[in-house]
Structures are given as structure tokens and as C-alpha cells.
Design a protein around this ligand. Structure first.
Ligand SMILES: [Zn+2]
Length: 609
């Protein structure tokens, strides 16, 4: 086929033709205007992007221009006619793109309004955003006027087990293509090995990790409730440094968990200083998200300012009923720190319930040394009474009248508890559900191995106020889900989609483009993924195509194992991992390494040369 287009209105000239003989690839075509030939492959000649150096003002210029174009068209036609049909057939050019996506409305991740363009992908990269002839793609995806966005980047996950569930189906099906794990103070301590496995045991998503304070401390001092000795401190710093060199993107803490909760601020500052030298971030599950949340935010900011590194506050929330409505105060602290010049960002899941361990409701001192130590302490009547009274006190201060806000997600010792509240379980087991009985029930569940819980502890107003802040990212706090295993928090199946369906479309809380920005370019910018999170030429082809009119989460607290609807395609590094309602089985995920890693530095140096 020969096509010659002259778009005067657009000041574009497009010739498209096939030749059996070599046609000179003219990079300039007369009259003070240069034409860039974008793609010239054997037998094909295409000029499709004029660069206007000056404006044609005279009628003479206009006349000569028309003559020139006419002449070119005649030359192309003659050349074409002189070629026998069978030769033309044999010499069709190879497609220039592995995948071409047509008819898309692109929300590019920047926050800018959507625009129409086609996207060409080659070798896992976006190589063209603009007009593309579908014939130039080995594979063509018709987006059918749906939204094309960068694949979502979830910066707060717990997927240390990803190599046993490499498809990461729950993430892919909500459009998430890159994960940051190692959050809340727990990570692999052998970062190099952890990330390198992505090559040997391919995974469906891209994977980055933080190096976690809790895991490092545990390795050096065990689970003890004391300060590290100077020697131990040096060992911890060395482990963190190695983690950063091996590709961690930053340091995480979990200051309500054992052993993180035993660390004083200075200990964390020392480790954060190491991370700062390697360009990493400090990502924290703070010491409190309830009664003392304000102090906890101040501590996080102080660590960032003292150590000189950006701060990411994980799953930003107010989980104390008495403090509901106080999010302007907590957001205000972040805004003030930013105004002083500290990079502080936060992430959030789109629900009013959180999820963590049952023992997070119990005193830290009881949990020191681990479960066996804790059980020993509880066998002493006086200690047990003290635990009960501290828990009762804590419950009172949290503003909840009992533990009916606490639902069992997974109790290993008796799966029939899953999906029931502590109040319901207590009634079932003990025939009564007064607060003392509920506390005794929690203690006995702790003694038999503990449980994963869902806590309905936030207000919708606070969730919405936090979501609207420009520095808030959308992150799930989820692991890789196993279908129908226990009754986990629905965020692992619905988080991103819930934002797009419920908060953007139904509540109009924020524009679609802004919601996408919070899932793409903002996390990429914050965690240093330089070539992801945008639909831009040169960027990795992590992409999601969805219908913004129907996209919706289906997972509920009662029935969490439900995939969302409205997502049509998900691509990771240019390969389709989800299409036509099904996982494709492809595992194109790669490890994403932080700026401090030796591998990343080599790559960067190579790019600069
Ligand atoms: Zn956490």
C-alpha cells in the first residue's frame, strides 16, 4: 500500500510507501525546513514529523512548498510502479514495534489531563507515543477508547514470599506492576540474593526491597529489649550498608513490632545516616498511629532531618477513635516539614480498617524475646494481671468500648475463628463477652501462636482528607494472596481499583489523573525508579488499560477473595501478563535496585557515556 498524506492544517507531511530499491533517506527537504526521518527500515520510507524552523510567510514560499511536495509524491509513485508486485510482497518491512496500542486515552502519570495517542513498544520499552500505523506492530492491542496508564507502583507491600507465588495475581489484577517490599521493619537481610532470585525464578511483577531495621536488629541482637552495644551497632550499620550496596531502596522500621519497638530514636538515626549516603529513603511504620500519633510523626520527621534523607510514612492514618477528625493536625505536621525543606511523603490504603498481628494489641515488654519468653512471663499470675490491666487501659484510651472492632483474619490454631470479631469468638468460646473475657481470649490466642487481624479503627473523613493530599500515594500493605486462604483484608485484591472506582468515579473525591499520579509517577519519584511510572518514550513498558466507567473492586471484608472488574490489559516490561480476563502466565518482572547499588551505578555510568 502506498499512502501520501499532506496535512496542511497540522503542518505535517506524511509519505508512506514501500520500495524494492534503495531510496535515499533524505534528512532535509528544502526551503529552510528540515524533516526528520524517524524510522527508515529496508524498503520503507517514512517521513512523519516535520520540524518547523521558521514560519512561511510569503505566497512564493507557499507555492514552492506545494511544488516540492508534489514532486516528491510523483517520485515515490514512479518508484513504486517500477517494482514488480511479487518483489514488493517479499520485501515487506519487519514490524517496527513488538506491540502497538491504539485507540487509547492516555493518562500518563504526570497528573496532566488525558490525551489521545498510540503507544509503540519495543524490547520492553515505550519507544513511541504518538501516531502509529497499526501495521508497524507485531501485535496490536485496540484499547477501544479506554484509559491507558502506567502500571501502578505499590510502595508498601509484604511479599517476601513472592518466589513461592510468582504470578502475584492479586496485584496484577488490580493493575499493579511494581512492588516495594521489606516494609514495617521486616525484610530479607540478604538483599543481593533476594533480588537476584528474580532472574532464576521469574516473577510476574517488578520487585524492589527496603532493608529493614527489625530484621537487622534481630540478626545482631535477637529479640531483646535493650540498646545495642557499640559493637552491635557497628554490625547493624554494616548490614544496612551492605543491603544498600546490594540494591535496597531504603531503610524500613516497624516501631510497634518486636524488636523494632525497643529501638530509641538515635539508633534509627545512625542507620538512616548510612542509608542517606546511598541515596535511600526512610520508610516507617511509626511508633504509634493512635494515641501518640503526633509524637510519632515528629519522631519520623526528626529522623529524616537528623540523618538527611527523605521520609515516607507508611499507611498514614488515625487509628484512635478519640482522635478521629484530627487528620488536619497530622497532615499539618507533614506540610510543615515539607515547608522547611524535608521531603516527607505518605502512603495510604483506601479503607477504614487496618490489618496487622493480634499481639500488636499487647504490651511490647511482654513480647520481648519472642513467643516462648512471653508465655513464660504469662505463667506468672502477677505479670498476667499486669498485662490484662495494661490492655484494658489501652483499650479505654483508644476510644473503643471493646474488641468488636477487631476481626480475625487468620488464626492458625482454629480456622473457624476466621472472619469473626474477638467479641464473637469470645462469646463462642467462653459463653460471655465482657471486656475481661475478651482480653483473656486474646491472651490465649497469643499463647497458641497468635493471629492476623483486621481492625476497623479509622474514620472515613480522615481517610478521604489524607487521600486528597498531593504527597499521598496509594499502597496496599498487602502480601501475595493465596486464593481462598483465610479472611484477609480486602486491600490485597481491591486497593488501587477501589480508589479509581469508588473515590474517583462514585465520590468524585479527586480527578482520575491525580489518582493515577498517586499510583505511578509519585511513587516512582519517591523511591527512585527513574524509568517507570510514566507513559513516556524511553520508559519501561509497564502499562494498564482499563475502563474508567466500570472499574470497581469486588473484594469485601466478609468475602475478600474477589478480583476487581474493569481492567482489560496489564503489561509488564512490554509483555502482556493479563489479557481477556485471564493471566497469561508470562513472568517478565525484574528486580529494581536502589540508586546506591553497584549494579545501578554501572548502568547509570554506561548511560552517561
Ligand atoms: Zn506496617
Amino acid at each position: 500500500m502506498r499512502e501520501v498524506y499532506i496535512h496542511k492544517g497540522l503542518r505535517q507531511v506524511v509519505f508512506r510507501d514501500c520500495f524494492s530499491t534503495t531510496t535515499p533517506n533524505s534528512r532535509r527537504a528544502g526551503y529552510g525546513r528540515s524533516f526528520r526521518s524517524e524510522r527508515c527500515f529496508s524498503g520503507n520510507f517514512a517521513i512523519n514529523k516535520p520540524y518547523l524552523n521558521d514560519k512561511l510567510t510569503s505566497g512564493m514560499h507557499q507555492f514552492l512548498r506545494v511544488c516540492l511536495f508534489g514532486l516528491l509524491a510523483v517520485v515515490l509513485t514512479m518508484s513504486r510502479l517500477s517494482t514488480p508486485p511479487e518483489v514488493r510482497g517479499r520485501e515487506l518491512p519487519a514490524p517496527a514495534f513488538d506491540v502497538v496500542i491504539t485507540n487509547a486515552r492516555i493518562v500518563d502519570g504526570s497528573g496532566n489531563p488525558w490525551f489521545r495517542a498510540d503507544v509503540g513498544i519495543r524490547d520492553g520499552r515505550i519507544v513511541r507515543v504518538g501516531r502509529i500505523n497499526p501495521g508497524a506492530g507485531k501485535k496490536v492491542i485496540d484499547a477501544k477508547d479506554q484509559i491507558l496508564a502506567p502500571g501502578f507502583i505499590d510502595v508498601h507491600t509484604h511479599v517476601e514470599s513472592i518466589y513461592s507465588q510468582p504470578a502475584a495475581e492479586n496485584f496484577i489484577r488490580m493493575g499493579v506492576t511494581s512492588l516495594v517490599t521489606g516494609n514495617c521493619g521486616t525484610s530479607a537481610t540478604e538483599v543481593a540474593e533476594f533480588l537476584a532470585r528474580a532472574k532464576q525464578q521469574p516473577i510476574g511483577v517488578n520487585l524492589a526491597t527496603l532493608i529493614a531495621h527489625g530484621s537487622v536488629r534481630r540478626k545482631v541482637t535477637g529479640l531483646v529489649d535493650r540498646d545495642p552495644t557499640p559493637d552491635e551497632m557497628r554490625s547493624m550499620e554494616a548490614l544496612v550498608e551492605q543491603g544498600m550496596k546490594d540494591g535496597a531502596v531504603g531503610l524500613s522500621t516497624g516501631l510497634i513490632y518486636v524488636p523494632g519497638t525497643f529501638a530509641k530514636t538515635d539508633e534509627i538515626v545512625s542507620l538512616a545516616r548510612v542509608v542517606a549516603r546511598y541515596g535511600g529513603i526512610y520508610s516507617t511504620h511509626m511508633r504509634s498511629e493512635g494515641e501518640t500519633v503526633v509524637d510519632a510523626i515528629r519522631e519520623s520527621i526528626q529522623i529524616g532531618e537528623k540523618a538527611g534523607l527523605p521520609v515516607e510514612i507508611s499507611h498514614f492514618k488515625i487509628a484512635n477513635k478519640k482522635l478521629w477528625g484530627q487528620s488536619p493536625v497530622t497532615i499539618g505536621l507533614v506540610r510543615e516539614a515539607r515547608a522547611r525543606g524535608l521531603m516527607v511523603t505518605v502512603d495510604q490504603y483506601a479503607y477504614t480498617a487496618s490489618s496487622t498481628s493480634l499481639d500488636s494489641r499487647m504490651p511490647g515488654w511482654l513480647r520481648a524475646g519472642g513467643l516462648e519468653e512471653g508465655k513464660k512471663r504469662l505463667s506468672d499470675k502477677v505479670t498476667r494481671d499486669r498485662v490484662v490491666s495494661e490492655m484494658k487501659d489501652g483499650l479505654k484510651r483508644s476510644g473503643f468500648k471493646d474488641y468488636s472492632y477487631a476481626m480475625v483474619a487468620n488464626y492458625g490454631a482454629d480456622k473457624s475463628f476466621n472472619g469473626k470479631s474477638i467479641a464473637e469468638v469470645t462469646q463462642l468460646v467462653r459463653g460471655k463477652k465482657d471486656v475481661n473475657s475478651q482480653i483473656e481470649q486474646i491472651i490465649s490466642m497469643y499463647e497458641t501462636g497468635g493471629a492476623a487481624m483486621v481492625y476497623h479503627g479509622m474514620s472515613e473523613d480522615d481517610v478521604q482528607r489524607i487521600m486528597r493530599e498531593p504527597f499521598t500515594m496509594i499502597a496496599s500493605d498487602s502480601g501475595v494472596r493465596e486464593i481462598d486462604e483465610s479472611v484477609p483484608h480486602p486491600r490485597g485484591y481491591g486497593n488501587n481499583v477501589r480508589v479509581l472506582g469508588h473515590y474517583v468515579r462514585e465520590l468524585r473525591l479527586l480527578p482520575l489523573e491525580d489518582a493515577i499520579r498517586k499510583m505511578t509517577s509519585l511513587p516512582a519519584q519517591t523511591f527512585g525508579f527513574r524509568d517507570r511510572g510514566m507513559v513516556r518514550e524511553g520508559f519501561a513498558a509497564d502499562l494498564v488499560i482499563f475502563d474508567e466507567k466500570t472499574i470497581a473492586d469486588r473484594a469485601t471484608f466478609a468475602k475478600p477473595h474477589q478480583f476487581p472488574v474493569g481492567i482489560s490489559y496489564v503489561l509488564v516490561n512490554g509483555e502482556l501478563v493479563f489479557a481477556d480476563g485471564q493471566m497469561t502466565g508470562a513472568r517478565p518482572g525484574v528486580a529494581l535496585r536502589g540508586a546506591g547499588s553497584s549494579q545501578e551505578k554501572q548502568l547509570f555510568a554506561a548511560l552517561q557515556n
